[in-house]
Unconditional design. Structure first.
Length: 133
């Protein structure tokens, strides 16, 4: 980075909150793929703060905010099928079975379409030492 250059890292994660569609979806992924292990996140990454400090960056700031992202039922199913815990890990037959179960969960427990899916945006801002040119 140039002296005084700014690094901005912004990351968006869905939030599995009690009773929401993300929690139900993550449970289904874990039922089909117990090895997955990526559920239950809070959308914050404190280890990244050490990473940027060790890299010599300064004036490290963080902030976050939550947003609801609309997904159609079809869009949510597609998003989840494409995830590491489903299509990247399961056989085609297992993916079809998973998708049918998710379709049924959406229809019975989350009939609103589009869905409102909770996400957290987490941001780190920091600067390279020195004066900007």
């Amino acid at each position: 980075m140039k002296p005084g250059g700014r690094l901005v890292v912004a990351h968006v994660d869905w939030l599995p909150l009690p009773g929401n569609v993300v929690e139900a979806t993550e449970k289904l992924v874990e039922d089909h793929n117990p090895e997955w292990g990526m559920g239950g996140g809070a959308g914050i990454y404190p280890a990244w703060l050490s990473d940027v400090a060790v890299a010599g960056l300064e004036e490290i700031e963080i902030f976050s905010f939550d947003v609801d992202v609309p997904y159609s039922h079809e869009g949510w199913r597609g998003r989840i099928r494409a995830s590491a815990g489903v299509a990247a890990s399961l056989s085609e037959e297992e993916v079809r079975s998973f998708d049918e179960k998710l379709r049924n969960i959406l229809a019975s427990r989350f009939p609103e379409d589009p869905l409102s899916v909770s996400h957290r945006v987490w941001v780190v801002v920091c600067y390279a030492p020195g004066e900007a040119a």
